[in-house]
Design a protein. Structure first.
Length: 678
């Protein structure tokens, strides 16, 4: 039945429904996050498939409807739900999200007296019993529905009523297959007493970039030209010249660490040294100086006009600029002078610096977002985000959101997305799982994950299954960063070049969104401060000069991976991840397929970056409609193979090719056209 529009003051609020208790039960509604307290998430164009167990006492038939509307609409749309499992009374309905913003949905159901009548009348007909009285009952039901119908539908219903009340009660075989009458009665039949689900649920609808994208993090101050002195501070203009390099690797998002003025007070030196030299640039996260704060750019990077030109030039390359938002201040920040009440104070009246005992960060003052003047502070922080939105930034990576009040983020994201629903927020929170999940519920579009620390097959399967195949997927969108300026995992420190290739391929194919911190990643930089995950000579504290043309670079491999991602819709989603059994714990395999199975990819990776590994895969051939023989094509190398049945073997040499990205094709050529595995 096509969807209909209904008024908000229709049967939903009928006095009759209040006077007679409804007999229908609506329970186990899915999706629903924390009893409807938080919205589920979709991107524009995706459907919301709603299921629920809906039933009534006895053998009564029920008529359930899914109601939905964009929050800019006053009227609800209703869609008739379909019975998916009779034994479980499981009903399903769906609607498509078209506009950005927030949609609302709920459910209604009532006992379908016409369906009851039709079912019982058909049984009596089949048993050869008289149905003359039943036909009179049916005519009364139809005539009653006609009273609520529009003129055109009213005339159709009255015609059916006359047919049921006609002279030949035996000639009603048309009842069994008449879909028009069923639809008219479902729309206009008596719905009292009606059961209204007691919650109005919500969907946050965002741009596609909230679900799918390849992120590249880069410090603009390290973008000086190769011909420049090593201590030359890069600028926005220098970064513009690097855009073609980033675009050439196929990245969609260029994420910049903080671009604001940096403090002199407490400035850190190389490798987080407590004392900085006269030419040391300091940490970009120590925000604020005499030249300005969160609404200003570092003078050595350029001007706001230069930044605007960068955003415009990036757009020409198909790249979105993402900006780091770190709500913390240096001792030199204007807020410290103008609003000392916004900070934490010690008993002696001094402002408390950031601490993670026994560590102290003398160059950073945390903001007290629960101070007495919290309303003005929250408004100012919201204005900071809106300021950069005004300069063309639509994506924000938020630093350490778990150290600020949850309700602050709920407020800020709501205000910003109400004005600009296209804005995307990424939560950088490596903390306890419930905290990370709650931040996602508060409105963050994407979230950092534990992927960096999940390196064994068992760890990857368990974690990615949780993120993509459980209720978590309704509100938590993972962004699988392989490395960050803070994290160089030991797998990369000791795995050599193959380790970088393996982790890249896993991140880019397990998740619809992933990211790398470059150029250290593509240059396979593996030097860390001994015993830590900190990069040696990290550009968090000093300028670096990168040779983007170095022979060791895997930039071309990254470009190939991102090209494969763009050309295959199966890699644009998270919930279609399906792991495949392999009889070797050093080999991981998984399938991603488009909804119609027209694009099916099989990824096979050797997790051992030092040794050749082989194993036998179990392919679910029946699930994807494969014949006994089928073709797989490695999209990385172009090689084709002929496989047979559900069990096939692979061998992966990490020094040659540690990863296969196979496209599974149903059409088969002759066997002599194919290479075979050794």
């Amino acid at each position: 039945m096509p969807e209909q529009e209904i008024g908000e003051t229709s049967d939903m609020r009928s006095e009759l429904a209040l006077s007679l208790p409804p007999r229908v039960v609506i329970e186990n509604v899915h999706p629903e996050v924390d009893a409807g307290r938080f919205p589920v998430k979709r991107v524009a164009g995706e459907s919301v498939i709603v299921t629920a167990n809906i039933h009534a006492d006895g053998h009564n038939a029920v008529a359930p409807f899914l109601l939905y509307r964009h929050n800019s609409e006053e009227r609800w749309h209703e869609v008739s739900m379909t019975l998916r499992n009779l034994g479980l009374d499981l009903w399903e309905g769906q609607f498509e999200t078209v506009e950005l913003g927030v949609y609302e949905y709920t459910l209604q159901a009532w006992i379908d007296n016409f369906a009851n009548w039709k079912r019982d009348t058909r049984k009596k007909m089949e048993a050869g019993q008289s149905i003359s009285l039943e036909l009179l009952e049916g005519a009364l039901l139809v005539d009653d529905a006609a009273k609520r119908a529009s003129s055109a539908d009213r005339e159709r219903l009255l015609r059916y009523g006359r047919a049921l009340n006609g002279p030949d009660p035996s000639d009603v075989s048309w009842l069994n297959n008449d879909r028009e009458l069923d639809g008219l009665m479902l729309q206009h039949g008596n719905r009292h007493p009606i059961r209204q689900y007691d919650r109005i649920l919500k969907v946050m609808v965002e741009p596609e970039r909230a679900r799918y994208g390849a992120w590249y993090e880069m410090f603009p101050r390290s973008c000086s030209k190769r011909s420049d002195p090593l201590d030359k501070h890069g600028t926005f203009k220098d970064l513009r010249s690097v855009l073609s390099y980033v675009a050439g690797m196929g990245f969609d998002v260029l994420y910049l660490p903080p671009i604001h003025p940096i403090a002199q007070t407490g400035r850190k030196g190389p490798n987080n040294a407590l004392t900085a030299g006269p030419n040391d640039p300091g940490s970009p996260w120590a925000i604020g100086a005499l030249s300005g704060g969160h609404k200003d750019v570092h003078p050595q990077l350029g001007t706001l006009d230069d930044f605007d030109e960068l955003v415009q030039e990036a757009d020409k390359h198909g790249i979105d600029i993402a900006l780091d938002i770190a709500f913390q201040c240096s001792p030199d920040h204007p807020y410290v002078r103008e609003h000392p009440e916004w900070f934490y104070h010690r008993p002696d009246g001094s402002i408390r610096c950031a601490e993670n005992p026994p560590k102290k960060y003398e160059d950073i003052y945390p903001l007290d977002l629960a101070c007495e003047d919290w309303r003005k502070l929250w408004q100012e922080m919201t204005d900071v985000v809106l300021f950069w939105v005004g300069h063309g930034v639509k994506i924000f990576r938020v630093d350490n959101p778990h150290t600020k009040p949850y309700e602050f983020w709920t407020h800020l994201i709501h205000v910003v997305k109400t004005l600009h629903p296209e804005v995307i927020f990424l939560a950088e929170a490596f903390t306890r799982p419930p905290v990370m999940k709650h931040l996602a519920k508060c409105g963050f579009s994407q979230s950092y994950t534990y992927f960096t620390w999940r390196n064994t097959k068992a760890e990857l399967v368990e974690y990615l299954t949780e993120l993509t195949r459980t209720e978590v997927a309704e509100y938590f969108r993972p962004n699988l960063f392989v490395n960050t300026p803070d994290i160089l995992h030991e797998y990369l420190q000791f795995g050599g070049r193959p380790a970088f290739i393996i982790r890249l391929a896993l991140a880019a194919t397990l998740g619809a969104s992933y990211g790398i911190y470059g150029p250290p990643f593509e240059l396979c930089i593996s030097q860390a401060i001994p015993g830590t995950e900190e990069y040696q000579d990290s550009e968090k504290y000093q300028l670096r000069h990168w040779d983007l043309d170095a022979a060791a670079s895997i930039a071309s491999y990254i470009g190939k991976i991102n090209e494969i991602r763009r050309q295959n819709q199966a890699l644009h989603y998270n919930r279609n991840l399906q792991f495949v059994p392999v009889d070797n714990d050093q080999i991981i395999a998984y399938i991603k397929a488009s909804r119609d199975n027209s694009n099916v990819l099989l990824v096979v990776a050797n997790l051992d970056s030092h040794h050749v590994q082989s194993g036998s895969l179990q392919i679910p051939v029946q699930q994807f409609g494969l014949e006994h023989s089928y073709q797989v094509r490695d999209l990385l190398t172009g090689s084709c193979y002929l496989w047979h049945g559900d069990s096939n073997s692979v061998e992966l040499d990490p020094k040659i090719n540690p990863v296969h990205i196979f496209q599974i094709e149903k059409k088969v050529k002759s066997e002599q056209d194919f290479e075979q595995f050794a």
